[in-house]
Design a protein around this ligand. Structure first.
Ligand SMILES: [Mg+2]
Length: 173
């Protein structure tokens, strides 16, 4: 079994941390208020380093990776993360995954359209929190699962449910 997995808001609680720092940077802003593109980039440049250290691992990730290990799953991490807003982003990401015992066989950074890589890697099931990503991946005939809630795709809120879903092996039918 070869799994393709995203990082932000799939493995981690990224949004939660970003919202916390948005409150620090812009105390008057509501969570749903959007920043301009320029302002958001400025925000990322200023806080990315600190935010990255704080991202927590989602519920069930530890158990899921134990299951993957016990069953010899191949794990390919495909992420959009890059060094664009923080020069050590890639280096820190690798250290962060190691620290949390999130092993993988391969990791690809700077991936905005993930389908091509997923196809090349013969991925059996791709897991991401974004419908737009899954739309691209599913174009290649790859089974997809959304971590979160979706009307469009098969979805699981947490990793305990994802393990059960994988155990059932019903995807793609
Ligand atoms: Mg994500």
């Amino acid at each position: 079994m070869i799994l393709g997995i995203d990082i932000d808001d799939t493995i981690t609680y990224t949004r939660k941390t970003i919202l916390k720092y948005r409150k620090i940077a812009y105390p008057k802003l509501n969570d749903t208020d959007l920043l301009s593109n320029r302002e958001y980039k400025k925000f990322l440049r200023k806080y990315m380093k600190d935010m990255r250290k704080e991202y927590a691992i989602r519920e069930g990730v530890k158990e899921a990776w134990q299951y993957f290990k016990d069953n010899n799953f191949k794990i390919i991490i495909i992420t959009a993360r890059s060094n664009k807003y923080y020069r050590k982003s890639i280096k820190d990401t690798i250290a962060f995954l190691k620290e949390h015992n999130i092993f993988y066989d391969k990791i690809y950074f700077k991936q905005y359209k993930k389908g091509k890589k997923a196809f090349k890697e013969h991925i059996d099931l791709f897991i991401d929190d974004k419908e737009s990503v899954l739309e691209n991946v599913s174009k290649y005939g790859i089974n997809v699962l959304l971590r979160g809630q979706s009307d469009k795709y098969q979805s699981c809120e947490n990793w305990y449910q994802i393990i059960d879903y994988i155990k059932e092996g019903k995807y793609g039918q």
